[in-house]
Design a protein around this ligand. Structure first.
Ligand code: BES
Ligand code: ZN
Ligand code: ZN
Length: 505
């Protein structure tokens, strides 16, 4: 983690930069007014004379101070209409704050007036947690593969927060930091290049990060997959020199029990690179396909935060890891494969591989663990981006109750979802002349729903299940304050964490 954070009741804390929250009324809170007094009214003066600083959420105005002042500078951070401030905005402001602090070479910052920044929707602890979450996510870097020595631009070292409510704020900050850490883990996994992160290395990484937290991790080897009948997983992955793995992660709610009773199952698509297979993708289509394991990465991130915060829920995660490659052994269009469930699948497009690997692990997890709900995340279809754009994930579910839970989790986590149709007509489109089901519909229309209909074929009757298509939301295009590395977003970790926390604990 980048900078350290401490909490203090003393307004005498040493720092080079005072950070002051300012609402768009530009009226200073009592503790900010005290600082202003010490500075001889300098803050008020600038607030009333500055031509452009409106103190909208995330706006920054930096004032250099004279030699004898207690700080080198004061940084004013706009929080807009503070009464209406929400967690997302607070986080966004944090993202802008960290970039401004680093741009000014701030080493030690002190947040002056968290306690008396009063908001209707958020407690002080929530405002501070939002800011810190934005600062941490905004500090995310991915430089493992740069050999040139990094420019030694100074970065923020410590942030002090003046508050009388140290305990409560520290607890809230701890929770958000556990979540941020998991999001950064998910980002790291997705950002890794596909020649470094492939099924074997991905599986090892999962074990190395989750086992120390008390998650039981089992890796199914290619031999075991063949023996146990994961034929769809093998059909997708066996053309690659990097053979598939399936990884099962068990979090037993922090208890020392042997078995789990009706856990929640989280399932992830983990195609470490999707070339399309023999139905090879064109140049543009293949460009970002190292991200085709973002569903699996989100499940791993979710397991990480659940274990880190010692969730009381029993949760089993499973990811299907394979590389969709081309060789003389590659699966052909028109091949018929018997799935783990026993149903036969006619593969008519090798690029519709995500649903294939998911089918096997969905069957497996239901058979082995009898989960009370199954939620899968997958970068499944380009069509979901046509339907919903890049900010909403599409949810397909057979359960109104599970939808309600996901919808509530989305509202508190800020990760947007939209319900999409599940309908027998989509399933009928998947009827095959030669096998029980084929893996594509008859054309491009409703491509995300036909994919979901395929998955539902492998869901037990009456089992609450939701499929979340994250093809649009898994990555960001272009650098953003809380997503400075323009690729992986880490989408899904927060949604799943909120779902488990608020509905299964
Ligand atoms: N991994 C892709 C879906 C995807 C596309 C994810 C773009 C992220 C960005 C998936 O395996 C795929 O290729 N789907 C096909 C399905 C089609 C062949 C029925 C698609 O969406 O075109
Ligand atoms: Zn594909
Ligand atoms: Zn894919």
């Amino acid at each position: 983690m980048s900078f350290t954070i401490d909490f203090t009741a003393s307004s005498k804390t040493k720092a080079d930069t005072a950070i002051v929250l300012v609402s768009d009324t530009k009226k200073l809170s009592p503790s900010a007014a005290l600082v202003d007094q010490v500075l001889g009214g300098l803050i008020k003066h600038h607030l009333s004379t500055h031509p452009t600083f409106k103190a909208k959420t995330g706006d920054v105005l930096t004032l250099a101070l004279p030699a004898k002042a207690p700080y080198l500078r004061v940084l004013l951070l706009g929080v807009g209409d503070v009464k209406k401030l929400n967690a997302d905005e607070s986080e966004g402001a944090g993202g802008k704050l960290i970039h401004a602090l680093n741009a000014h070479g701030v080493q030690r910052g002190v947040l002056i007036n968290a306690d008396d920044t009063v908001c209707e929707n958020l407690s002080t602890a929530e405002i501070v947690a939002g800011l810190i979450s934005g600062m941490r996510l905004g500090s995310y870097e991915f430089n493992h593969y740069k050999t040139a020595p990094k420019e030694k631009s100074p970065k923020l070292k410590t942030l002090s927060i003046i508050t009388k409510d140290q305990k409560r704020i520290a607890a809230q900050v701890k929770l958000i930091e556990q979540e941020v850490k998991a999001i950064c883990l998910t980002r790291d996994l997705v950002n890794e290049p596909p020649n470094k992160l492939y099924p074997e290395t991905f599986a090892k990484k999962i074990k190395s990060v989750l086992a120390p937290l008390g998650v039981e991790v089992d890796i199914l080897s290619p031999d075991q997959l063949v023996k146990q009948g994961f034929n769809l997983v093998m059909a997708v992955g066996h053309a690659s020199e990097h053979l598939p793995r399936v990884v099962v992660m068990r979090w037993k709610g922090g208890k020392k029990t042997k078995t789990m009773t009706k856990p929640v199952a989280l399932v992830g698509k983990g195609i470490t690179f999707d070339s399309g297979g023999l139905n090879v993708k064109p140049y543009e289509g293949m460009m970002d396909m190292k991200m085709d394991m973002a569903g699996a990465a989100a499940v791993v991130g979710a397991m990480h935060v659940l274990a880190a915060r010692k969730s009381k829920a029993q949760v089993v995660g499973i990811v299907a890891l394979a590389e969709n490659a081309i060789s003389d052994e590659a699966t052909r269009p028109q091949d018929i494969i018997t799935s783990y469930s026993g149903k036969t699948v006619e593969i008519l497009n090798t690029d519709a591989e995500g649903r294939l690997v998911l089918a096997d692990v969905l069957s497996y997890i239901q058979k082995k663990h009898d989960p009370k709900a199954v939620v899968d995340l997958a970068t499944l279809t380009g069509a979901i981006m046509i339907a919903l754009g890049l900010d909403y994930a599409g949810v397909f579910t057979n359960s109104d109750e599970l939808w309600q839970k996901l919808s509530a989790a989305s509202a508190v986590s800020g990760e947007k979802i939209w319900r999409m149709p599940v309908d027998q007509n989509f399933r009928r489109e998947m009827d095959s002349v030669f096998a029980d089901i084929k893996n594509v519909g008859n054309g491009r229309f409703g491509g995300s729903s036909t994919a979901a209909a395929f998955l539902e074929e492998f869901i037990d009757k009456k089992r609450p299940w939701a499929h979340i298509d994250i093809a649009g939301t898994a990555m960001v295009r272009g650098s953003k304050p809380i997503n400075p590395v323009p690729f992986a977003r880490g989408y899904g970790v927060r949604l799943l964490n909120a779902l488990i926390r608020d509905h299964y604990e």
